[in-house]
Design a protein around this ligand. Structure first.
Ligand code: NAD
Length: 505
């Protein structure tokens, strides 16, 4: 069902494009192109603007305000000024704002999906999936706001009462990447607001429109001015450093690459700032000889090609038992050959563009390096002939251990397979990386599956499944994949600090 005849496809895409083009410009007009500071939409004090373009076409979508360091500090002023009042707002009330924003987002779910497809490139059906996932954080944390609690008990000596309570950590700076424009924003904003923290959000320069559209939701549901502030900027480092250095800031939450995360941890050290770091991944996808291959193929397609491979949770290394490697490779190749490449708004498209040409070059370099070192190419292996930042979905097997593709995040539609012969070898290969975000394991042997939970160095694991993200579950990694967790009961604790009081008898 993924492939269509060329004629069908052309007819479909033509009709869906002309039908949607009016909607697209109306939608883009309805997104505020300004900074949201202290409840006001304002231009940058420097009057500078930045241009947001569509990766599928290279065309300009919108010019928006480009914040300066002064604008960044103004946003922090607003967050600091409203911090006490927001912390004192009843938890039920804080939850109600989040719930109202969730409800309004549901009414606008088609607009959010289209906006993400335009600025980021993912197919509309996947953008709709991100709307469902991303909006759920607003609902989940609207419910968690009223469950913040502590404990109370006698000390062991019997001489006093120990009282433990949870307080909002304070003004928080939230930096998000471009690959999941909605979910990465709501995954931070919702727990912060639920906990009683005010925030400054800085979305990625490449995909800032979705976050501005989220700010508009909160404005419309009447969130008090200054609780949520959004700055869009092309000068991430210049604007962020003074905010992070300011003693009024109490928390930094970052999602992005490990290299930038390390820079930010160093900056945060000077004020001993609380940090949460959701960084890169290099996920192993292990297929044992006893796996259900149908499940493994479905899981592999989702874990690899969702978001055009541009996910921190994307399977990066397929570690497959030699008894099933050839069969697995061929079945996958058949399915991949049925993929339809195109602009994400076109009907039937399953593979959109990469975020930019640099990403295309990087994917191609990794593939060529692997082939030069002895890998076999089953399909793809080159950039697409279409205009725009497209790369052909690719499958390579027999990838040799020293290949760069096994060390670095591919962030593209490239599936690379290495073989193993016994369980210990598979575990050693899976753990042979500085990352530890997520691992996927396919086996029908329950005892083996449970052994893998123990043996893999990973923050998350999917057992016979290729997509695991859920607002109710703690998302995060070990090793250089980061610090802290987002989602679940754990997610709100990133924005709370523990206070202990002793009351003598
Ligand atoms: P990136 O690190 O280049 O940028 C992330 C964000 O940081 C952007 O908003 C960017 O403007 C900002 N930034 C860059 N340099 C900065 C600096 N010096 N100071 C302050 N801010 C700075 O990452 P990216 O290319 O946008 O995203 C892809 C990366 O994100 C991948 O490594 C991916 O694995 C990771 N990621 C991780 C998770 C997770 O939850 N672990 C989720 C999604 C993406």
């Amino acid at each position: 069902s993924l492939s269509k005849s060329a004629a069908d496809e052309a007819a479909l895409s033509k009709s869906s494009l002309s039908k949607s083009s009016l909607t697209e410009s109306a939608l883009l007009d309805s997104v505020p192109g300004l900074l949201y500071i202290g409840g006001e939409w304002v231009a940058s004090e420097s009057k500078a603007t930045l241009t947001v373009s569509e990766p599928a076409t290279g065309e300009v979508l919108k010019h928006i305000a480009d914040a300066s360091p002064t604008d960044g500090l103004r946003a922090l002023d607003a967050a600091a000024a409203s911090a006490d009042e927001w912390a004192a707002t009843a938890p039920r009330m804080r939850g109600e704002y989040l719930r109202s924003a969730f409800d309004l987002l549901q009414q606008r779910k088609d607009q959010f999906a289209l906006l993400m497809t335009l600025e980021m490139g993912k197919p509309l059906s996947e953008a709709a999936g991100e709307v469902a996932y991303g909006s759920e954080f607003l609902r989940w944390f609207s419910e968690e706001a009223v469950r913040i609690s502590g404990r109370y008990g006698q000390n062991p000596e019997g001489t006093g009462q120990i009282v433990v309570s949870q307080r909002p950590v304070g003004p928080s700076y939230l930096i998000t990447p471009w690959n999941f424009p909605l979910a990465m924003a709501t995954r931070k904003i919702a727990p912060a607001l639920a906990a009683g923290c005010t925030v400054v959000v800085k979305p990625a320069e490449l995909t800032p429109l979705t976050t501005l559209f989220v700010a508009k939701l909160f404005e419309e549901v009447g969130l008090p001015a200054g609780v949520l502030n959004v700055i869009t900027t092309s000068r991430a480092s210049d604007v962020s450093a003074p905010i992070i250095a300011d003693p009024r800031l109490r928390k930094l939450s970052f999602t992005g690459s490990t290299s930038v995360g390390k820079v930010l941890i160093k900056q945060a050290a000077s004020n001993v700032l609380r940090t949460s770091m959701e960084l890169g991944g290099n996920a192993p996808f292990i297929v044992f000889g006893d796996a259900d291959l149908d499940k493994a193929v479905e899981g592999a397609l989702a874990a690899k090609f969702r978001n055009i491979g541009q996910a921190c949770t994307a399977a990066n290394r397929f570690i497959v038992h030699s008894s099933v490697a050839a069969e697995f490779g061929h079945r996958l190749t058949d399915r991949v050959n049925g993929f339809v490449i195109g602009r994400g708004t076109e009907t039937g498209v399953t593979i959109g563009p990469l975020i930019n040409d640099r990403a295309v070059d990087k994917a191609d370099d990794l593939v060529q390096d692997a082939i030069a070192r002895g890998a076999n190419l089953l399909t793809g292996g080159h950039r697409s002939l279409r205009a725009g930042s497209f790369y052909e979905p690719t499958v390579i097997t027999n990838v040799q251990p020293e290949s760069t593709i096994l060390r670095e995040e591919i962030f593209g539609p490239v599936l690379s397979i290495v073989e193993f012969d016994n369980e210990d070898e598979a575990v050693a290969m899976a753990n042979d990386t500085e990352y530890g975000l997520v691992s996927y394991v396919f086996t029908e042997n329950l005892a083996r599956g449970q052994r893998m939970i123990e043996k893999l160095d990973t923050g998350m694991m999917g057992l016979n499944v290729g997509v695991i993200s859920n607002a109710a579950a703690p998302f995060g990694g070990v090793k250089q994949s980061g610090l802290g967790r987002e989602g679940g009961a754990e997610g709100i604790h990133e924005y709370l600090s523990t206070k202990y009081t002793l009351i003598p008898n």
